[in-house]
Design a protein around this ligand. Structure first.
Ligand SMILES: Nc1nc2c(ncn2[C@@H]2O[C@H](COP(=O)(O)OP(=O)(O)OP(=O)(O)O)[C@@H](O)[C@H]2O)c(=O)[nH]1
Ligand SMILES: [Mg+2]
Length: 347
């Protein structure tokens, strides 16, 4: 059964970069992965692309042919893709039934909040057997301003209700968050979305006219109780692994036995499962899980890494990389010396 992620989010939120990062991570872990570009305006695709929608249609051609602007053109492209779903289905079938597929979507927000085509494509993928989760990226800088934060809460809620998929909201580019000044609250306040009434002061001093409206929106979001966020710094392997584990739980991928391995009863791929249910030899992710055993990332760790003590951690990591580099150089040097000695001794 194929699994996958529908990667959505506002323009520039980091969707294509995330797909590239995940491709690199999974390749390093020997975990099969394919990335499908569904953005007909994606000119500089950073990742190796298994299927590219621009072979079917491009935004520039649509804009020229139908005299449409970029937004109208994009909606046309998605409707065209929906109408030609068999084109996509054929190419996905060629990836095999055990594929793990990332779908990189365009940044037009209406595609994931109210337009019908993406939702219909997602439903068709579901009927073709895909087990999907929506991964919704929101730039972390939005949390630095209370009213912008409300807007991403609403956007995330709307996307959750529209796409009707297991949904993982992500504050992306969290490594940059310190650049935008001090946060009013700790990061866990923004990721856990627990008591939005604390935002009242900030909201009413920034936009007094809309204070009541903003608080009504906060109540609505709290009533649904659906929105929460994970965090992502795409170049940080701990961050990528942590997000991967969350998504694997959302899609059910944690329950997939690796190829050619008989699943012990009750065993799961989840590295956080009790060790009795998680034999070392079982689980596609066992190497990554082993590397991170006992270090399940908490949002407070993220706060420390990227907000409270970023400089210290950066210095610590630089030192580690230097040491690793030196160890690799020493190993290569020793291997070279040994082969020279062997050559001198002859066969
Ligand atoms: N510092 C930092 N920069 C990031 C991160 N993720 C993405 N970026 C940068 O954000 C910019 C936009 O990233 P993209 O991946 O092109 O964003 P996108 O969502 O695909 O954009 P559209 O396809 O135009 O909607 C690029 O300059 C990336 O390098 C991150 O985790 N940290
Ligand atoms: Mg992109």
């Amino acid at each position: 059964m194929p699994f996958g992620e529908i990667v959505v989010g506002a323009p520039g939120s980091g969707k294509s970069t995330y797909c590239y990062g995940k491709h690199q991570l999974c390749s390093a872990l020997n975990r099969p992965i394919a990335v499908v570009n569904l953005d007909p305006a994606n000119d500089n695709i950073p990742y190796p692309c298994a299927v590219d929608v621009s072979e079917l249609i491009t935004l520039s051609a649509v804009m020229e042919e139908h005299s449409l602007g970029p937004n109208g053109g994009m909606l046309y492209c998605m409707e065209y893709l929906e109408a030609n779903y068999d084109w996509l289905e054929e190419r996905l079938a060629a990836l095999g039934k055990d594929a793990y597929v990332l779908f990189d979507l365009p940044g037009q927000v209406e595609l994931s909040t109210n337009h019908h085509s993406l939702k219909n494509i997602v439903q068709k993928l579901g009927k073709s057997g895909f087990r999907l989760a929506a991964v919704h990226l929101c730039d972390a800088h939005y949390v630095t301003d209370a009213s912008k934060y409300i807007s991403i809460l609403l956007l995330s809620l709307r996307a959750m209700l529209h796409l009707e998929l297991p949904h993982v909201n992500v504050l992306s580019k969290v490594d940059l968050i310190k650049q935008y000044g001090d946060l009013d609250f700790n990061l866990d306040f923004y990721t856990e979305v627990q008591d939005l009434s604390y935002l009242e002061n900030a909201l009413s001093s920034a936009t007094p006219r809309f204070a009541a409206l903003n608080m009504a929106i906060c109540e609505l979001i709290e009533d649904f109780g659906l929105v929460g966020f994970e965090t992502l710094a795409v170049e940080d392997k701990h961050s990528m692994l942590n997000l991967t584990r969350v998504i694997d739980r959302a899609t059910g991928y944690v329950f997939v036995p690796p190829a050619n391995t008989a699943a012990p009863s009750g065993a799961v791929n989840d590295p956080n499962a009790p060790s009795s249910q998680r034999p070392n030899t079982y689980g596609l992710f066992s190497s990554a899980a082993g590397a991170l055993a006992g270090t399940r990332s908490d949002v407070r760790d993220v706060q420390e890494r990227w907000v409270d003590s970023r400089e210290d951690w950066d210095a610590f990591e630089r030192k580690q990389w230097r040491e690793e580099g030196e160890a690799v150089r020493r190993e290569a040097e020793t291997a070279k010396q040994k082969s020279k000695i062997r050559e001198r001794k002859g066969p």
